[in-house]
Design a protein around this ligand. Structure first.
Ligand code: NI
Length: 285
């Protein structure tokens, strides 16, 4: 019984001790657990922050990249604009510089008006701010009156190329006079003005006729023989190879190739600083 009590006490002692050890172990375990948990939590918190930070930085970088790409595009666009403007300015300066030196030529067109090609030519010349001279054939005027009216409106000079496109030098003085007068009358009906300049077909002019007309004969300096070819590049080259300051250029607004070549010639000569004037301006100024 004593033993039992002793045992009980011992047990009790041992129990208390055991209990204490047990509690200590639990506390240590608990501390270890929570410590470990804390480490885990804190590390995962860092990871989350890291991820968030990474994501945020990535997004920022993305935004920054887009912004800088936009800025680059905008600045490239600006540069291109500035370059184009500078080029245009230098082109204008070049043209005005050359114009200051007085390089002038007169484009002349014979044998019209032509319902299609003369209209195309008038459109092209208007776009380029160019004035030319049209030596019209009287018999081509009926039905094309609006083209004659437009020539005047656009500041072109309307000259006379006879009524039937005849060789004046083969005619009597009176017949020659009729050829010119008939055409002038048709032009006058539309524009209110007589023709003052005449281009004799085939260049056949007879000095003895000058007393017969109060008109000024106009020949030419550059003749690309545009009516002999349909190749506009050939016509263009023939003009550009031979043109000089003060020249009168002979073309025909009666062929598609001639009209296209004429407009190309205008573009090229304007780049070289040539000014285009009417025959009247070229002769009288
Ligand atoms: Ni002719």
């Amino acid at each position: 019984m004593r033993q039992t009590d002793f045992e009980k006490r011992e047990k009790g002692k041992g129990g208390w001790f055991g209990f204490s050890v047990d509690m200590g172990a639990r506390i240590v375990k608990s501390l270890l657990f929570w410590g470990f948990a804390a480490v885990l939590l804190s590390s995962s918190y860092t990871d989350i922050r890291g991820l968030q930070k990474g994501a945020w930085t990535g997004k920022t970088r993305e935004v920054a990249e887009v912004t800088s790409a936009e800025q680059e595009a905008a600045s490239a666009q600006n540069n291109a604009k500035n370059a184009a403007k500078a080029e245009q300015d230098s082109k204008i300066a070049e043209i005005s510089k050359a114009t200051d030196t007085g390089k002038r030529v007169a484009l002349t067109f014979d044998d019209g008006p032509h319902r299609v090609y003369t209209k195309e030519l008038l459109d092209g010349l208007a776009q380029r701010g160019v004035q030319a001279t049209f030596f019209v054939i009287g018999k081509n005027i009926p039905g094309n009156e609006e083209l004659i009216a437009r020539m005047q409106q656009d500041g072109h000079l309307i000259g006379n190329h006879t009524y039937d496109h005849v060789r004046i030098s083969d005619l009597s003085g009176q017949e020659a006079c009729e050829q010119v007068e008939k055409t002038s009358a048709l032009v006058r009906e539309i524009t209110g003005q007589d023709t003052e300049f005449v281009r004799p077909p085939f260049g056949a002019w007879n000095k003895s006729m000058e007393g017969s007309f109060t008109m000024i004969p106009v020949m030419w300096d550059v003749d690309p023989l545009d009516w002999t070819t349909k190749n506009k590049a050939v016509i263009e080259k023939r003009v550009l190879d031979n043109v000089d300051n003060g020249d009168i250029i002979l073309l025909h607004d009666y062929y598609a190739s001639s009209v296209e070549a004429a407009l190309n010639v205008v573009d090229k000569l304007q780049e070289q600083g040539y000014e285009f004037v009417t025959v009247e301006k070229l002769i009288l100024d």
